[in-house]
Every structure is written in C-alpha cells, then in structure tokens.
Design a protein around this ligand. Structure first.
Ligand code: GUN
Length: 287
C-alpha cells in the first residue's frame, strides 16, 4: 500500500491565501500594511532565486517588500548599519538576512543585531531561548511549516515518538523543540549517531534534515509513519540534474503512512511561513 503524499505546494497556497486575507483586513480596518525587508549580500545564485521568490510572494500577499542587495565585499559594519536602520523603521515589521553570508562576516553577530521582534527567521538568540523555554517566540519558518503539515494530518501529536535526523540551528534543533512542545518523545539523531536505522524504525514521526541525498531508505521506516523530508539535494542522474530529498522516496512511499515529496513538499511551506511570521510581527508591533 502506498503512502499518502503530502502536497506542500497546495498546503502553502492555502497558508498564503489565509495570510493575504488577514493582510487585507489589517489594511482596511487599521490602515496597516506589513513590511518585510530581505537583505542579500553577494551573488550566490541559489540565494538570488530564494530572495526573488520571497519578494514576489510577499507582494502577492499584499505586503510591502523591501529588498537590499549588497556587494559581496560589503564591510560587516555597513551591514550592521543597515540592520540598525531597518530596526528603527516602523514600516519594516520583518527583517531577513539571507544566509549563508560571505566568510568575512560573523553570522551570529549579524543575526543577533536584528531586533528580536522583527526576526521573522527566528534565528536571534533571544527567540531561540524563548522557544526552548516554551515562551512566545518567533519560530523558524521551515520547522514551523513541517509542524503545520504534521498537525494537519495527525491532530494531536502527544506521546508520539518523533525522530529528527539533523541537528542544524535552522531546522533540526528548532524542529525538536517544536515537537517537544507538542508533547512528542523526541530523539535528535545526526551523522554520527550509532544504530541510526534502529532509531529511525521507532519513529511515528520522522523528520529528515541532514542534507544527504536518499540517505534514509524505506526499510528504516516504521509502517504507517509520517515522514517529513526537509532535504533538497541537487544530484546528477541519468545525464540530468535532479532534486532529491534525504529520504529514498521510491522505497519509503511503500512503507510510510504519509510522506512529503521533494520537490513540492516542505520547500513551498518555508516562504508561506515567512509571510505568516511577518504578519504576526506586524500584529504584535501594533499591539
Ligand atoms: N538560507 C537558507 N534557508 C534560509 C532561511 O530559512 N533563512 C535565511 N535567512 N537564510 C536561509
């Protein structure tokens, strides 16, 4: 029996439509338009695509989009000065500095210079701490999107065994915190974990975020498990470039109860959640 395929594209479209509806009401009832500033340093082609898509979807949701493109050799002090201006600008409710930054910059210092109330990525150390202690935080977009899809399928997640494979600050760690907040029993595994296959086989919820193409085969998956594949790996196969996840979709789909495809699964949810976070930041700023 095949797994249900979780359509992240359709889900993200619903989230964006919901956000757009709220934005329209904010405008008509309160004269407020949420604004998102995106800062890109350098010309990394993948980052340029992400930033362009963010701008398009921000405007489609009825929000203001402010794009700041800086040369790769920009001094850290100049980027910090821009962030200070955006922090002080009342038309800007969300600030996102696209990562990775050029090597001469201290990413932690840059992220922690963003006003935590405008930190729509949820990467600021204050938001990390708030999430970790169960307080109201800005939640990182990709894990938030994963959680929304899981809750949509499963409703109450309480007591389920969740295994997160990957320990990054952007996905693995905040994902584990969110699942813990849902009362899951959470295991964080990673590239050095021993007996990874056995640990994965115990998962009712398996979130793969390691960045290794097709690392998790179907026989590591518990029958009926919900599988969320965060991996986006570009590989060359049969003479063409393909995007594949961290899970071997062809074998996993035979075993899992539900699974996100790559592409078209988690990916579209990230920007949808960024828009939702910007709306949230705007509403909180307005009190
Ligand atoms: N680069 C890749 N993913 C992300 C993200 O979610 N936020 C930021 N700021 N940069 C990224």
């Amino acid at each position: 029996m095949g797994a249900e395929i979780i359509d992240g594209k359709a889900f993200a479209a619903r989230v964006r439509a919901d956000v757009a509806g709220h934005v329209a009401r904010l405008k008509s009832d309160h004269g407020l338009t949420p604004g998102l500033a995106v800062v890109l340093v350098g010309t990394d082609p993948a980052s340029e695509v992400y930033v362009r898509n963010k701008g398009i979807q921000t405007r489609e949701a009825g929000m203001n989009s402010y794009e700041h493109k800086l040369p790769a050799e920009t001094a850290q002090a100049d980027l910090l000065a821009l962030i200070a201006r955006l922090n002080a600008d009342p038309a800007v409710h969300g600030i996102l500095v696209q990562l990775p930054l050029p090597r001469h910059m201290d990413s932690d210092a840059i992220i922690n210079a963003i006003d935590p109330a405008k930190d729509v990525d949820g990467f600021h150390i204050l938001n990390v701490g708030l999430l970790g202690t169960g307080q109201r935080a800005m939640v990182p977009c990709t894990p938030l999107g994963c959680l929304m899809m899981l809750r949509d399928r499963l409703g109450d997640l309480s007591g389920l065994n969740a295994v997160v494979v990957g320990r990054s600050n952007i996905v693995g760690k905040p994902m584990a915190q969110l699942l813990l907040r849902e009362s899951c029993t959470v295991t964080i595994a990673h590239s050095r974990t021993r007996d990874l296959a056995d640990i994965c086989r115990r998962a009712d919820i398996l979130v793969a975020a390691v960045g290794r193409p097709r690392m998790i085969p179907g026989d590591w998956i518990k029958p009926g498990a919900r599988v969320i594949d965060v991996g986006i790996n570009r590989i060359a196969e049969d003479g063409r470039n393909r995007l594949v996840g961290d899970v071997d979709f062809a074998s996993a789909v035979e075993v899992a109860g539900a699974i996100t495809p790559v592409p078209g699964g988690v990916g579209p949810m990230t920007i949808a959640c960024l828009l939702a976070n910007t709306l949230t930041a705007c509403c909180r700023a307005a009190g």
